[in-house]
Design a protein around this ligand. Structure first.
Ligand code: ADP
Ligand code: MG
Length: 728
């Protein structure tokens, strides 16, 4: 084994002792969707409600509490003070004994209340004059907040306060707390929701035949009862079951939500099946055959299988809608190229879209090298082209002269029209936003108008991020999936090590060593989410350090701000081994393919997500040389960062990594679907409620087959006008 015996990095691994991986501090899956990013100034409460997606009364009825507050009991001030500092909410009552506005350290209202057991200070840093009066001396206040041990004794900062008469009754129910947004108070929401509840009957949308049939085992309670209970839980209900959403009432809600999703997915699937697409039979004497004959390697068994699946789809007169899934390095590009050949053979154009310009450019170079010798004109279309070049490229696309078009999302711009698009391929599809995927689909749909107005192109999506079963059944239920579950032969597994940042010199030495053996290395600079400028600066500094430390090597630098031509030149030099070391920001994250590179150094690996680390690591291990990935980190690590890095060290299996990623992050973030916001499940949690999906599927099928009116009513209730988002 080359180089292992002498290199201490191979023997010493700085990984911190693993902790039990149960630490769950980032299980954000359940975070309420109540914090939309920076709302534009809404003009009224109605507009603000709309920001929360609350447009119709039924939306309000389905706006369910994210948690509850227990205001049903009082503590004495003495008891509350004993629990000070524990971060618990307390509710106490007392009489105001003093009330003053002080100015040091800043203007604030300080109110003291007392009961027989003690005194408590209430501190308000922002307050209205009316509040001073409301809390005048002698008034009895009911206050709720967290007691802290302040410098001058126990205090509550900004508690909720209400004047009461002695002996005033306590609520006998838990108080709901709703997902809210700036400018909407809980009180307002409670009132609006209460009003909507009384005005909106919620008749059962599930037919008895479904409730008593496939769902009998679930024993679902009537929806209207469940909604009432969740908005206004009777005192005897288990607060814990309400809080963790395991209560049967929550189950009903989650089920209905999943059902709406399943119905909607099935309908869009059926609608797609109704559409026509050009049938593209394979020709024995065609391009495809010549291309395969010219390939320098044989397809793996898995590649052959997925090529057959795709070819069969494209032969049918209905649009293919297929996801090609294969781990990093499994050889998806060639499969896409073969599909393109089949489309071109049938007289159609094919488009290949990639999420970054570097990747698109690499595809362009690779595919034109493969196909132009066979007489296929390939066109490059990216945002960075000069206006004139772009016009020329677009003209070649529009005239139909370009048979294969490769580019970034510039491809979906309005100015680009295809003469006869027959196949669109989206690489690394999970990296595109939902809106972009929709636009591409729209483009694909409209593109056909010239040649055959009633036909839409076939679609192939590719991704290295495997989709766990539950997600495949839900968000991706509308896709057929092909999997490449085999790597091309002759690859050696990548060895991954965690290295403390303090050992940078050794890492640099390791880079030197790799280059001395004729290999190449990537050095990925830290991700700095807050500031692109800072990230760039770090990259430049790292580059300079490495240039100085490795005077006998040629070091290159690539980052997002580099003009595209320079970017391409640097990548070209690295591909051709004119550069031994490539310092890069995450622009190289997806798809870049330089088989001679065998060392990947990732700085501040703790800042990256699992999927990103897996993608980055996948840049090496593409040739036959033994590859190493060094994950440099800065101690101390947070529990989740430690968990991520441990996962990286333990496995190179993309499926396993995705599974753990899902566990750590929850499905919403996992899908990168934040943009789809409203399309996400709000209540059902695929980590805990996946078992309901099977029932939802069964019920959806039965309802679609036998109860079309119930289907309409259910979709209208749950999705309103948002159905199209689910199809992205
Ligand atoms: P990914 O699935 O990550 O997109 P690529 O398509 O970039 O992977 O392929 C990775 C590398 O493997 C490329 O260099 C490609 O040419 C090579 N490759 C693909 N298929 C085979 C095969 N059957 N035999 C040998 N090498 C292959
Ligand atoms: Mg790829």
């Amino acid at each position: 084994m080359p180089g292992t015996a002498t290199d201490s990095l191979d023997r010493r691994d700085d990984s911190e002792p693993s902790e039990p991986s149960g630490s769950n501090d980032t299980s954000l899956g359940r975070a309420p969707k109540g914090k939309p990013a920076a709302p534009a100034k809404p003009s009224s409460a109605v507009a603000r409600l709309a920001k929360l997606g609350l447009r119709r009364p039924v939306d309000l009825v389905l706006h369910l509490p994210m948690r509850y507050e227990d205001e049903t009991a009082l503590e004495t001030i003495g008891e509350a003070i004993r629990r000070a500092g524990m971060g618990l909410a307390a509710q106490v009552e007392g009489e105001v004994i003093s009330n003053e506005v002080t100015f040091r350290p800043r203007r604030q209202l300080v109110v003291k209340i007392a009961d027989d057991t003690g005194e408590l200070t209430l501190r308000f840093l922002n307050f209205y004059g009316s509040q001073t009066k409301q809390m005048a001396e002698g008034v009895r206040l009911r206050v709720r907040g967290e007691v802290r041990g302040g410098f001058f004794g126990a205090e509550m900062v900004h508690p909720q306060v209400r004047p009461v008469v002695p002996g005033e009754a306590l609520p006998d129910r838990l108080t709901p707390v709703y997902p809210a947004t700036a400018g909407i108070s809980q009180a307002y929401l409670r009132k609006a929701i209460g009003g909507a509840m009384s005005r909106t009957p919620m008749p059962e949308t599930l037919p008895q035949a479904v409730l008593q049939g496939p769902l009998a085992q679930l024993k679902l309670a009537p929806l209207a009862d469940c909604l009432r209970l969740l908005h206004n839980p009777p005192p005897q209900e288990s607060e814990a079951a309400l809080a963790d959403r395991s209560h049967p009432a929550w189950q009903r809600i989650k089920f209905d939500e999943l059902l709406a999703q399943q119905i909607s997915l099935r309908r869009s699937q059926a609608a797609r099946r109704e559409k026509n697409a050009p049938s593209m039979p394979r020709r024995a004497d065609g391009l495809l055959t010549r291309f395969l004959a010219a390939l320098p390697f044989r397809l793996t068994g898995a590649q052959q299988r997925v090529v057959e699946e795709i070819a069969a789809d494209m032969t049918r007169p209905h649009p293919m809608h297929r996801l090609l899934q294969g781990d990093v390095g499994s050889g998806k590009t060639i499969v896409a190229a073969l599909a393109a050949c089949q489309a071109i053979d049938a007289g159609y154009q094919a488009a290949l879209m990639a999420p970054t310009e570097i990747l698109a450019e690499q595809h362009f170079r690779k595919l034109s090298a493969w196909l132009e010798p066979l007489g296929v004109p390939v066109v490059w279309l990216a945002g960075s082209l000069k206006a004139k070049e772009k016009r020329e490229a677009a003209a070649r696309v529009e005239s139909g002269e370009a048979q294969l078009v490769i580019g970034t999302h510039a491809l979906i711009q309005d100015t680009v029209r295809f003469a006869r698009l027959g196949l669109s391929v989206v690489d690394e599809q999970h990296r595109f936003g939902v809106a972009q995927r929709l636009a591409l689909r729209g483009k694909a749909g409209e593109a056909e108008t010239k040649a055959a107005p009633d036909k839409v192109p076939h679609q192939l999506m590719m991704s290295a991020t495997p989709i766990p079963r539950t997600l495949a059944m839900t968000y991706y239920a509308d896709l057929d999936v092909s999997v490449i579950d085999e790597l091309p032969p002759g690859r050696t597994p990548i060895v991954t090590r965690l290295v403390n940042d303090a050992r940078r010199d050794e890492v640099i030495e390791r880079v030197h060593h790799a280059a001395a053996e004729g290999r190449q290395a990537y050095w990925v600079c830290p991700l700095i989410e807050e500031s692109e400028a800072l990230q760039l600066q770090t990259a430049v500094e790292t580059y300079e350090t490495l240039v100085a430390a490795l005077p006998d090597l040629r070091v290159g630098l690539v980052h997002g701000r580099l003009p595209p031509a320079e970017k391409a030149a640097v990548m070209g030099d690295f591909s051709a081994n004119r550069l031994q070391v490539l310092v890069a920001t995450t622009v190289i994250e997806v798809g870049v393919d330089v088989p001679n590179a065998s060392l990947m150094v990732i700085e501040h690996a703790e800042r990256f997500g699992l999927a990103q680390l897996h993608q980055l690591r996948g840049r090496v291990g593409r040739g036959s040389a033994e590859s190493v990935c060094l994950l440099m980190y800065q101690a101390p690590l947070s529990p989740t960062a430690r968990e991520r890095l441990a996962t990286m060290r333990e496995t190179t299996d993309g499926f396993e990594i995705a599974r753990r990623d899902l566990q750590i992050r929850g499905p919403g973030e996992f899908l990168g679907a934040r943009q789809s916001g409203e399309a996400m499940l709000r209540f059902a949690d695929l980590n805990t409620d996946a078992w309901l999906v099977d029932y939802a599927q069964e019920a959806a099928e039965l309802m679609l087959a036998r109860f079309p009116e119930a289907v309409e009513a259910h979709l209208l209730r749950w999705l309103g006008g948002r159905e199209h988002f689910l199809k992205a």
